[in-house]
Design a protein around this ligand. Structure first.
Ligand code: IMP
Ligand code: MG
Length: 180
């Protein structure tokens, strides 16, 4: 149910913790003296968000969005649907989108375009993981935790069919699990 469906641990809990602190420091320096609105993309980014925000030393507010691009499987449909929008007005604000992983790039390029239409001061993206080999649209995040190879990963918030989110490490899911 947990580790037995995975091939290996790709990134350990302690590596994540260390890198998260580095990203938070970078964000803290980049926005010194400013307020930021941190937008967590539900549900995969929840654990990363919770750990990251506690290391950011700025005036922050939280908001949440839920989007769907994947449905139930392991491959993207390419179209993005907003399930839940932010509750705050973002006009004039420094917005940082916190996401679990950039894969095809469809989700984040859509979200950045959408939020920019609302006249924020800035929109930046912080992603825990980046899988550049899978890109369908050009997209680069401002802050990236780790580049990962072209394999399906689960844990630390990331799921396959809503399972494995509570694994403390980022693990490679066995191919037989998502191809059966
Ligand atoms: P994109 O729009 O293709 O960039 O997809 C981003 C979304 O796909 C992420 O927010 C994840 O929910 C999901 N996703 C992409 N790759 C993986 C993976 O390896 N494991 C788990 N979820 C993934
Ligand atoms: Mg997700």
């Amino acid at each position: 149910m947990r580790y037995e469906d995975t091939d290996k641990v790709l990134i350990t809990e302690s590596e994540i913790k260390k890198r998260t602190a580095e990203l938070a420091k970078q964000i803290t320096n980049d926005f010194k003296g400013e307020e930021v609105l941190l937008v967590c993309i539900l549900r995969g980014a929840v654990l990363f968000f919770a750990d990251l925000v506690r290391e950011i030393e700025l005036e922050v507010a939280f908001d949440f969005m839920a989007v769907s691009s994947y449905g139930a499987g392991a491959s993207s449909s390419g179209e993005v649907r907003i399930i839940k929008d932010v509750s705050s007005r973002i006009e004039g604000k420094n917005v940082i989108i916190i996401e679990d992983i950039i894969d095809s790039g469809n989700t984040l390029s859509y979200l950045v375009r959408l939020l920019n239409q609302r006249h924020p001061k800035t929109v930046k993206v912080c992603a825990l993981l980046d899988k550049p080999a899978r890109r369908e649209v050009a997209f680069e995040a401002d802050y990236v935790g780790f580049k990962v190879p072209n394999e399906f990963v689960v844990g630390y918030g990331l799921d396959y069919n809503e399972s494995y989110r509570n694994l403390p490490d980022v693990c490679v899911l066995k191919k037989e699990i998502y191809t059966k």
